[in-house]
Design a protein around this ligand. Structure first.
Ligand code: NDP
Length: 239
């Protein structure tokens, strides 16, 4: 049976490349890319759509709006009444403050809303769809910046982001236990520092190389990997 992958936040960057590579590398896969604005995102998907032979679906989803999440879950159930296999919570934002000692409440709130509350609500609404199949994979796109013991790297202005990704890792760890009896595989993924709108030109990896590594790891995922934090090169990272 074709595997159905849902990539949340697929309009550009890592999400868009995940859509492209999964469709290309698993030729029977069906991929749903979610976007905030279907009209604006149309051109991004054009060349992928031409090669996908009807295996690409694009739906609207704003992860900060629970009504939008609910509507997307209902739409998915209509299109895929036998469920979905893999959910990748990729949507994320990076907002900077003046420094790590001058963090605004508004930066924390908006970052937490998108990077933590979003994946939690999306997953809760999509769980019934995942339960309809036996694959049951949930992958949360995290970052080494969320590792408590990691060095600060060149940035001293991204505390809100770091807190959010540490929080997202806690979500992955908690769900690993909460969903173990239902044979779910729950992981956090680390794409590396990637040249995207978020990562900027200084990124160490192209989006193609980062996603190539991630897709290799996603295709290999088994229940025994649940509760791990996997880097694009296959290394298991500490929480
Ligand atoms: P981009 O900024 O290039 O893309 C972000 C994506 O998330 C876009 O598709 C954007 O949609 C979507 N998005 C943002 N907010 C929402 C929302 N509220 N609802 C739905 N979609 C939303 O980022 P990257 O591709 O670089 O990052 C993807 C993920 O990887 C993020 O979670 C990020 O934290 C993580 N990551 C990235 C790294 C990097 O170096 N680039 C390093 C480590 C982790 P829209 O076009 O509508 O804005």
């Amino acid at each position: 049976m074709s595997k159905v992958y849902v990539i949340v936040g697929a309009s550009r960057g890592i999400g868009l490349e995940l859509v492209r590579q999964i469709l290309a590398k698993d030729e029977t896969s069906i991929v749903v890319g979610t976007v905030r604005d279907e009209v604006k995102s149309k051109s991004a998907f054009q060349s992928i759509e031409e090669k996908a032979g009807g295996r690409l679906h694009v739906i609207t989803l704003d992860t900060t709006d629970e009504t939008s999440i609910k509507t997307a879950a209902e739409r998915l159930l209509q299109v895929f009444p036998t469920g979905i296999d893999v959910l990748i919570n990729n949507a994320g934002i990076l907002e900077r403050d003046a420094s790590d000692l001058e963090v605004k409440a508004s930066t924390l709130e908006s970052t937490f809303r998108t990077n933590v509350v979003g994946p939690i609500l999306v997953t809760q609404h999509f769980l019934p769809l995942l339960r309809l199949r036996s694959t049951r994979i949930i992958a949360n796109m995290s970052s080494p910046l969320g590792i408590v013991g990691a060095e600060i790297l060149p940035w001293n202005d991204s505390l809100a982001y770091r807190v959010s990704k540490a929080g997202l890792n806690m979500v992955s760890a908690t769900w690993t236990r909460a969903l173990a009896s239902e044979k779910f595989t729950v992981v956090s993924l680390s794409p590396g520092w990637v040249k995207t709108d978020m990562g900027g030109e200084g990124g160490m990896l192209t989006v193609e190389d980062s996603v190539s590594g991630l897709v290799k790891e996603i295709f290999k995922l088994k229940e025994e990997n649940s509760g791990t934090f996997i880097h694009t090169d296959g290394q298991v990272l500490p929480w």
